[in-house]
Ligand binder design. Structure first.
Ligand code: GLU
Ligand code: MG
Length: 452
């Protein structure tokens, strides 16, 4: 195992860190397949890149998570400027044996605005529409489930103290690193899967929520890497193991950041706006599944009885529903803490696309004044098919191919993406399907485990 990190900064000890000319700032962006790509500049030159960033050939947007690229409309000439968003700059310098982990997230800019296929721009546009039509924004927090491997980690009893203490140097470095990254760290815990862990952070408002997700994931990966582990966020490590979700807790907030999701006088204490928003999400969930569970392997995770979600349904504290309402156990905190949870997403999705789809679906529910869906108090799979039909509960697609077909057949959902983004996104996703058409589920899981 690599040497332990120390609390004191590396710079103070004369090790790599501030003042080290070898330090690199990574300009990073997240693409269609949810991979964080990067280019680097020497730290001394970072300032010169603040305004115009670095060029990047847009054909790269057609990359799969593997060493393949889908057919795309872009030639060898077109490029965007990957331009750092300075508020996202993150620098962690706690390791003795490595220079600082220093990066900034980027907007992909073309002619002074976000490029049509920039996922960060997609989310900004969705949020701007939500705000202009309702006066509301979205506060959101992703949950991060992942699996550790490496260092000959043995089988460990799930949820146990053993599972935490077996990797105590990792969890302690991770806590330190995430506190420095200022992502609102709340909990560090063992999960149900063997060698599976979970990190939860507090909500951030607007595009910062997706930024926070990317920063948190990359800091988790780096911390694992420094100690000789590997963290994998793949939706399904093997066909039979526990899945990794990337659930999103969200609430609607007003311009002052006040939670507008709670209303004590309404069914399930959900405000009218949030009822309509939730209804839109449930209504369009099968059609936008391809944006939040976007890999062939995602469909080994989704399904009933795994708490991952198999149906477009709604319920209070129902972990088998697409939307789980999460009232606070403390009535004094209800108004502030009340939130809803979107459960189908996984980490092969771009967090920007996840939140953009969530906002678009919710806004559609608000526009159409959709009523709150039926509140299910059981696993939707436990109802008969005719009961589900009567309750308006539809199954989620069972494969990525089906999910893409449903998306394309929906005029509403297809319109959420600019044409060039939708077509190129679908091409990348169809390429992934084609790559694994002949593969066994085991081999496919292994490839996604290694990529994510
Ligand atoms: N691991 C489950 C999933 O794939 C979620 C378990 C939980 O509720 O935390 O979504
Ligand atoms: Mg969990």
């Amino acid at each position: 195992m690599a040497r332990r990190a120390r609390a004191a900064t590396a710079a103070k000890k004369g090790r790599p860190g501030a003042g080290d000319p070898g330090e690199i700032v990574l300009l990073v962006w997240t693409d269609y397949v949810g991979i964080t790509r990067c280019r680097g500049v020497p730290v001394a030159q970072f300032k010169d890149r603040h305004a115009t960033g670095l060029g990047w050939a847009v054909a790269g947007q057609a990359l799969t998570p593997f060493e393949d690229i889908a057919d795309n409309p872009w030639g060898p000439m077109t490029e965007v400027r990957q331009t750092p968003v300075l508020a996202t700059e993150t620098r962690i310098a706690i390791w003795d044996d490595a220079p600082a982990f220093h990066f900034a997230l980027c907007d992909s800019m073309l002619a002074g605005r976000n490029w049509d296929c920039c996922v960060r721009g997609l989310l900004k546009d969705a949020l701007a529409d939500l705000e202009s039509e309702t006066g509301l924004s979205l506060a959101a927090a992703f949950e991060h489930e992942f699996l550790l491997s490496g260092n000959n980690l043995p089988w460990i009893v799930p949820f146990s103290v053993e599972q935490m203490r077996m990797v105590a140097p990792f969890t302690s470095d991770l806590t330190r690193a995430l506190l420095i990254a200022d992502v609102g760290l709340e909990t560090v815990e063992p999960e149900y899967g063997v060698r599976q862990y979970e990190i939860s952070c507090g909500p951030a408002i607007g595009v910062a929520a997706a930024d926070r997700c990317v920063i948190t994931r990359e800091v988790i990966r780096e911390t694992a890497r420094r100690l000789g582990f590997r963290a994998s966020f793949t939706p399904k490590p093997t066909p039979t193991s526990v899945g990794n979700g990337a659930h999103v807790h969200f609430s609607l907030v007003d311009a002052k950041g006040v939670n507008r999701t709670f209303d004590a006088g309404q069914p399930a204490q959900i405000s009218i706006a949030a009822q309509r928003f939730a209804a839109g999400v449930v209504r369009y969930m099968p059609e936008f599944c391809a944006l939040v569970a976007p890999s062939p392997v995602s469909y080994l995770r989704l399904g009933p009885h795994h708490w991952s979600c198999g149906y477009a349904a709604f319920g209070v504290q129902n972990r088998e529903a697409t939307i789980r309402a999460c009232p606070s156990p403390d009535p004094a905190k209800s108004a502030k803490a009340f939130n809803l949870e979107l459960r189908p997403p996984d980490a092969t999705a771009s967090p920007y696309m996840v939140l953009a789809a969530l906002v678009r679906a919710g806004l559609e529910g608000i526009r159409q004044k959709l009523p709150l869906p039926a509140m299910l108090d059981r696993d939707p799979a436990d109802y008969s098919q005719s009961e589900r039909a009567a309750l308006g509960v539809r199954p989620l697609p069972s494969s990525l191919g089906e999910a893409l077909d449903l998306m394309l057949a929906s005029k509403t959902v297809s319109s959420w993406l600019p044409d060039v983004m939708r077509d190129s996104y679908v091409a990348v996703k169809r390429k992934e399907i084609e790559m694994f058409a002949e593969a066994t589920p085991e081999a496919m899981c292994q490839r996604y485990h290694d990529a994510y």
